[in-house]
Write a protein that binds this ligand. Sequence first.
Ligand SMILES: Nc1ncnc2c1ncn2[C@@H]1O[C@H](COP(=O)(O)OP(=O)(O)O)[C@@H](O)[C@H]1O
Ligand SMILES: [Mg+2]
Length: 226
Amino acid sequence: MEKSIVLKDCVREFNLKNEKIIAIDHASLKIQSGKMYVIMGHSGSGKSTLIQILGLLDNLNSGEIYINEQKVSDCSEDEKAEIRMKEIGFVFQSFYLNPKLTAIENVMLPMYINKNILKNERQDKALMLLKKFGLENRINHYPKELSGGEQQRIAIARALANDPNFILADEPTGNLDVVNEEIVYKTLKELSNSGKAVVVVSHNESIKKYADKVFYMESGKLREEL
Ligand SMILES: Nc1ncnc2c1ncn2[C@@H]1O[C@H](COP(=O)(O)OP(=O)(O)O)[C@@H](O)[C@H]1O
Ligand SMILES: [Mg+2]
């Protein structure tokens, strides 16, 4: 079965004391396996909110979300957490590695809540992922001993720990130099080439050459660049 996330006419509002912010304004979108989607837009346009909605970290005011054709917008928080664990890998601008854990321990962390990965498989699997990203010489290093680019590749390895079908990256190169930025974009592109659906939020035009589809967000409205 083809893997997909579908948003139908989604709205997310924030009600502040004196104003109502429409962070996502009737957005519809389909994310499919094997493609890299880039979402561009100015600061405050709703990109992070969209990533949170796609990753079931936030709820809608109205609209529907389907993951692999299952309607998930009505699921309980527990059901959503289970779907999130199996289906979604997140990558963030500031990496969010645990500073007290080594590279390999960071990558193993999401496996502890996954019943499908046996205890004795965790380490081999984490090692395989770190090797895949050229980090075999960094497995026992702590985040503070690593460059930003290395930290982000570890975070990408961690995002893959539970074999998700979807990778959601929110400004993954925001803290990186140009060289590492290209490395991270290429890494994400390889993941989409290998069959994952990859969504990358960025306000850097240079990512567009890797995209299969480019979207722009403006005041919560999403439009595809054709
Ligand atoms: N938890 C929140 N409470 C109130 N307003 C929020 C919240 N999260 C985001 N917003 C507002 O929603 C809009 C979109 O934010 P965001 O999705 O973070 O934009 P971007 O990632 O494109 O910079 C902004 O106006 C922001 O201030
Ligand atoms: Mg943001």
